[in-house]
Ligand binder design. Structure first.
Ligand SMILES: [Fe+2]
Length: 317
């Protein structure tokens, strides 16, 4: 663009966000375009260096089975002492999924991009308010998948390398029930949801190419299948006033059910009682046991760039 007229993307990350996407944002699946895939921060060399310096306690190494209903096949592993370049090699050839949690929001080389993403989103969506946002980088194998789940925060997925298919299911029962969300918020279960093949008749299917990003409504169940190449994506988990209220109500309902055996009459976020529940949920959360490990934090494999899957099972004979 030249200097005449306003260039909405100068120095920014979002390159396309049309009226339809703006109207759908946070109410239905919405698709836009970005330019992260054109930036040197997502080259092999930059990602390998990021893996090397990113805190290991913020990095997950996982693998999974083929069956989309077999959530239990999701498991964690140990990266050992391999370099970032070797780990990328294992991902490219094998069946691995690496989550560099908070890398976009916390790493000095990436946080300017993260700031630009949110500056663009706020400029392009008047009235959009966020209370907190965290952003990570996912690097995954050509055949990796992520099982159906519901994130506690609002989510935006920015696709950078490779091709993947995301399926977005309605954010309502039976796809996701209040009981599931209460259990997720109380950290009794991971974010997985039950999956049935008939769900496929009820989802939006989006094939993500580099340069596309997609958002969907709070708690909307989704699953992801990689289609081609080593995949790199950026995830944003965003706390908004609306998500905080909804989660506060669900958390408090879950607390009443668990502590006092009371079945809450409503999970509505309308009216003064919702704000009372939000306030109570903060007290309940402060009383909850700390540092409870998330389900499935055990490591059952070791990364091995020479293995066809990119890893070796710990209990293999
Ligand atoms: Fe997700």
């Amino acid at each position: 663009m030249n200097g005449t007229g306003e260039n909405p993307t100068r120095g920014g990350v979002v390159s396309e966000w049309n009226a339809e996407a703006r109207a759908a944002f946070r109410k239905a699946p919405a698709i836009g375009r970005h330019n992260l895939h054109e930036r040197p921060e997502f080259s092999d060399a930059a990602l390998a260096a990021l893996i090397d310096r990113h805190p290991r306690e913020l990095t997950d190494f996982c693998t999974m089975g083929d069956d989309p209903s077999d959530n239990d096949s999701w498991r964690g592993g140990d990266p050992g002492n391999y370099s970032g370049a070797e780990l990328l090699d294992a991902v490219r050839k094998g069946r691995l999924w690496i989550n560099l949690r908070r890398a976009m929001s916390g790493d000095a080389a990436y946080s300017p991009l993260f700031e630009a993403m949110f500056a663009d989103l706020k400029r392009l969506n008047p009235g959009y308010r966020t209370l907190n946002a965290e952003s990570g980088i996912l690097i995954s194998s050509p055949t990796a998948q992520v099982f159906i789940h519901s994130d506690p925060s609002e989510t935006i997925l920015w696709h950078v390398r490779g091709r993947k298919r995301i399926r977005l299911y309605p954010a309502r029962p039976p796809f996701v029930e209040d009981a599931h969300l209460e259990a997720i918020l109380h950290k009794e279960i991971a974010e997985d949801l039950p999956y049935h093949a008939w769900y496929e008749d009820h989802c939006a299917v989006v094939d993500l190419e580099p340069g596309m990003f997609v958002s969907w409504p709070l708690h909307g169940p989704h699953r992801v299948q990689n289609l081609e190449g080593m995949n790199v994506s950026v995830t944003c988990e965003i706390v908004t006033p609306e998500s905080m209220l909804r989660n506060g109500v669900l958390y408090q309902n879950g607390f009443m059910r668990r502590r006092f055996g009371i079945a809450p009459r409503t999970s509505s976020t309308q009216g003064v009682q919702a704000y009372v529940k939000l306030a109570l949920s903060r007290i309940a959360k402060a009383m909850a046991p700390k540092n409870r490990p998330m389900p499935r934090s055990e490591r059952t494999f070791d990364v091995d760039p020479d293995a066809p899957t990119g890893f070796r099972d710990r209990n293999a004979a």
